[in-house]
Design a protein around this ligand. Structure first.
Ligand code: ADP
Length: 480
C-alpha cells in the first residue's frame, strides 16, 4: 500500500498529526492506499498558504498567464487520462468505460473552458446621473475558497469547482471525499507540474471533520460544497452566521415524465440511463419515473428488458456497465431503502434485497411499481440504482406530483409535441430541464438546484460569477 500526502503550499506533506486513513476498492472491499488525514492544524496551514498566494504571486499574474496555466492543466489531464481513469475506477467503483469516456474528458473540458475566461472578465462603465462622474465596476476574486467535493464524480466535481475559482483569480483549499481521495491527489501533482504558484491550490484529504474544520475557518471567504442536503444545510447555516459566500449543490429526486406521444424507444433508453448511470449515484438521477397510463406497461417492459441485460461488475472490467456502490455505508443505506420499499407495499419488479456484501458492494438495478406518493422510496433520495415508476392520467396531475418534492435539481419530459415540451419546461420547478434527453452537460451550461437541491449554479458564466465580487468605483472628475 502506498501513502499519499496532503498538498499544501506547493509541497506534498504528511498530516501534522501523522494520522492517515485507508481508501477501499469498492469492487473488492480491499484496501488500496493509506492517505493523510488532515486536521485543524493542516487546515490552518492550507488556508494561510492560499491567503499568501492570493495576496502575492497569483493576484499579480496577468489574466492571460492565469488562463494559460488553467489550459495547461487541461492538457495535463488529457495527457494523463488513462492513469486518471484507472485511479477513478479503482477508488470509486466507477466503470472504466465511463471514466474513460466521460469523467476524465469532461474534467479536461472544464479546465479548457475556464482557461478561456480570465481574459474576458470585464467590469462595466455605468451611466450614472451624477454630473462629472466616472462610475465603473471591477470584478474581483471573492478570495480564499474552501471547496468540498463528493465521492460520486470526484475528479469532475473538483474540476467543476477549481476551473471557475482559478479563472476568477481566487485561491483554493480542496477537500475531496474520504471514499475517493486518489484522483484529487493526482490532480495536485498535475497542478504542481503545470506551474501554478505555490499555495494557489491546496488539497486536504480527510473526512467530514476535516470538511467541517475547513468550513469553520475564519480565513475562508467562500465555501463551495457538493454533497448531501443534510451537510449542505449545516454548511449553509455556518456560512450564514459568518456571512461567508456559499454555493451548495445538493440532493435530488428528479421526475422524468413520459407523455403518451413520446418516441418510446428513446424514452425507455434515456430513462434507463438517466437513473442507472453511475449505479444511480448521481445527484440528478432520473429516480422518479412518471409514464402516461396508456404507455406505462410498455415502458416498464422495455426497462425490464434492459435491466435483464445490464452488466454489473468490477469497475476495471471494460465490459462493466454498472459498477459497485462506493462504500459499505452506501451499500447498507441503499439496501435499507429496498427493504423499506417492500415493507411499505411497493411492488419489486426487478432487483432483489442485497445480501451482506461479499467483497464488492454490488446492487442490481432495481425497479419498483405500485408506489404511493408518501413512501420513503418515492420521496427520499436513495443515491443507488433504484427507480420508482408511477402511471399518470393528466398533465396537471403529473406536474403536481413532479413538483411535489422538497428537491428541485432536474426534471425531464419525453414528447414529440413542442408546445407540451416547452410548456412543461416552464411549469416544472427545477434547475435543469431535459427535453427528450437526460443529463447532457457542457462546461458552458449552468447547473444547480432550487429548494433543498441547493443554492447557486456551477459551470458557465453563472458558475464564474459565483467566484467574483463586483466593486463599484466612483470618481469625481472635477477634483483637482
Ligand atoms: P454523503 O453522505 O453522500 O457521503 P456528504 O455530504 O456526507 O455526502 O459528503 C460530501 C462531502 O462533504 C465529503 O467530502 C465529506 O467528507 C464532506 N463532509 C461530510 N460532513 C461534513 C461536515 N459536517 N462539514 C463539512 N464537510 C463535510
Amino acid at each position: 500500500m502506498t501513502t499519499s500526502d496532503l498538498f499544501i503550499d506547493g509541497r506534498f506533506v504528511p498530516a501534522a498529526t501523522g494520522r492517515t486513513f485507508t481508501t477501499i476498492d469498492p469492487s473488492t472491499g480491499d484496501p488500496i492506499a493509506d492517505v493523510a488525514h488532515a486536521g485543524p492544524h493542516d487546515v490552518a496551514a492550507a488556508v494561510s498558504a492560499a491567503r499568501a498566494a492570493l495576496d502575492g504571486p497569483w493576484s499579480r499574474m496577468p489574466a492571460a498567464e492565469r488562463g494559460r496555466l488553467i489550459t495547461r492543466l487541461a492538457d495535463l489531464v488529457e495527457a494523463n487520462a488513462d492513469e486518471l481513469a484507472e485511479l477513478e475506477s479503482l477508488d470509486g467503483g466507477k466503470p472504466i468505460r465511463n471514466t474513460r469516456a466521460m469523467d476524465v474528458p469532461a474534467a479536461a473540458a472544464q479546465f479548457r473552458y475556464f482557461g478561456g475566461w480570465p481574459t474576458k472578465i470585464e467590469g462595466e462603465t455605468i451611466p450614472v446621473a451624477v454630473p462629472d462622474t466616472l462610475c465603473y465596476t471591477r470584478k474581483e476574486p471573492v478570495g480564499v475558497c474552501a471547496q468540498i467535493i463528493p465521492w460520486n464524480f470526484p475528479l469532475l466535481m473538483a474540476a467543476w469547482k477549481l476551473g471557475p475559482a482559478l479563472a476568477a483569480g481566487c485561491t483554493v483549499v480542496v477537500k475531496p471525499a474520504e471514499q475517493t481521495p486518489l484522483t484529487t491527489l493526482r490532480l495536485a501533482g498535475l497542478i504542481a507540474e503545470a506551474g501554478f504558484p505555490a499555495g494557489t491550490v491546496n488539497m486536504l484529504t480527510g473526512d467530514g471533520g476535516t470538511g467541517a474544520a475547513l468550513a469553520d475557518h475564519p480565513g475562508v471567504d467562500k465555501i463551495a460544497f457538493t454533497g448531501s442536503t443534510a451537510v449542505g444545510r449545516e454548511i449553509g447555516a455556518k456560512a450564514g452566521a459568518r456571512l461567508t459566500r456559499v454555493t451548495l449543490e445538493l440532493g435530488g429526486k428528479s421526475p422524468n415524465i413520459i407523455l403518451p406521444d413520446a418516441d418510446l424507444d428513446a424514452a425507455i433508453a434515456g430513462s434507463y440511463q438517466g437513473v442507472y448511470f453511475n449505479s444511480g449515484q448521481a445527484c440528478n438521477a432520473a429516480s422518479r419515473l412518471y409514464a402516461h397510463r396508456s404507455v406505462f406497461d410498455q415502458v416498464i417492459e422495455g426497462l425490464l428488458v434492459r435491466i435483464k441485460e445490464a452488466r454489473v461488475g468490477q469497475a476495471l472490467d471494460p465490459s462493466t456497465e454498472l459498477g459497485p456502490l462506493v462504500s459499505a455505508g452506501q451499500y447498507q443505506r441503499v439496501r435499507g431503502y429496498i427493504r423499506d420499499g417492500i415493507a411499505e407495499g411497493a411492488r419489486l419488479r426487478a432487483g432483489e434485497v442485497p445480501g451482506e456484501p461479499d467483497g464488492g458492494f454490488f446492487v442490481q438495478p432495481t425497479l419498483f411499481t405500485d408506489v404511493a406518493p408518501d413512501m420513503r422510496i418515492h420521496r427520499e433520495e436513495i443515491f443507488g440504482p433504484v427507480l420508482v415508476a408511477t402511471p399518470f392520467d393528466t398533465v396537471d396531475e403529473v406536474v403536481r406530483q413532479a413538483n411535489g418534492s422538497e428537491y428541485g435539481l432536474a426534471a425531464g419530459v419525453w414528447t414529440r409535441n413542442l408546445g407540451d415540451a416547452h410548456t412543461l419546461a416552464a411549469r416544472l420547478s427545477a434547475g435543469s430541464i431535459y427535453l427528450n434527453t437526460w443529463a447532457p452537460g457542457d462546461p458552458a451550461a449552468p447547473f444547480g438546484g432550487i429548494r433543498a437541491s441547493g443554492i447557486g449554479r456551477e459551470m458557465g458564466r453563472a458558475g464564474l460569477d459565483a467566484y467574483l465580487e463586483p466593486k463599484t468605483v466612483w470618481t469625481n472628475l472635477t477634483s483637482r
